[in-house]
Ligand binder design. Structure first.
Ligand code: HEC
Length: 144
């Protein structure tokens, strides 16, 4: 009887470990998918202004290398990408007051991929931002 219990517990431990492992690798796979798509979209839609290295363009285009703005405005990034931005912003102690055009043709999942890419590049490390997050955050600006 006692040995049976031990075997049972052993199996349970093996099962749980395998389960946690597979969850982790699925999460990592998902992240990799968003990040790779995000990079492609960034190259097409963003890098001509913000630059391949995210440094922007002098006083005209703000950089994406500043981790403070991207962290504090994480829930606004989807709206900025989809609807553009036209306000005075301060990034890294420098003021920018130009206009970024909207990208209203992009689907939620593309926007999520872009946010995942820019918030995990250029010195940022914020993890996965998925399409459900994008849909939730976009609701706030779409209803305005
Ligand atoms: C035509 C040039 C241009 C393109 C293309 C462009 N942006 Fe911008 N972006 C700007 C400008 C200019 C601002 C500042 C707007 C302001 O001052 O209101 C800005 C601001 C931002 C900001 C907030 C400020 C910061 O630096 O963190 C983010 C985030 C951003 N852009 C991301 C993107 C992403 C992602 C794309 C591609 C989908 C993109 N931009 C495409 C010009 C551009």
């Amino acid at each position: 009887m006692k040995r049976n219990n031990l075997v049972c517990i052993l199996f349970l431990i093996i099962f749980i470990t395998a389960f946690i492992d597979s969850c982790q690798s699925e999460g990592q796979l998902n992240y990799a998918r968003y990040y790779t798509n995000g990079k492609q979209l960034y190259d097409t839609h963003c890098q001509n202004c913000h630059n391949a290295d995210g440094k922007g363009l002098q006083a005209l285009i703000p950089p994406l290398t500043d981790t403070v703005f991207l962290r504090q405005n994480r829930s606004r990034l989807a709206c900025i990408i989809k609807f553009g931005l036209n306000e005075k912003i301060t990034i890294h102690g420098k003021e920018y007051d130009f206009q970024m055009a909207p990208n209203s043709q992009l689907a939620d999942i593309d926007i999520a991929a872009l946010v995942t890419y820019i918030t995990n590049s250029f010195g940022n490390k914020q993890g996965l931002y998925d399409d459900a997050s994008a849909a939730g955050d976009l609701e706030k600006c779409e209803s305005e």
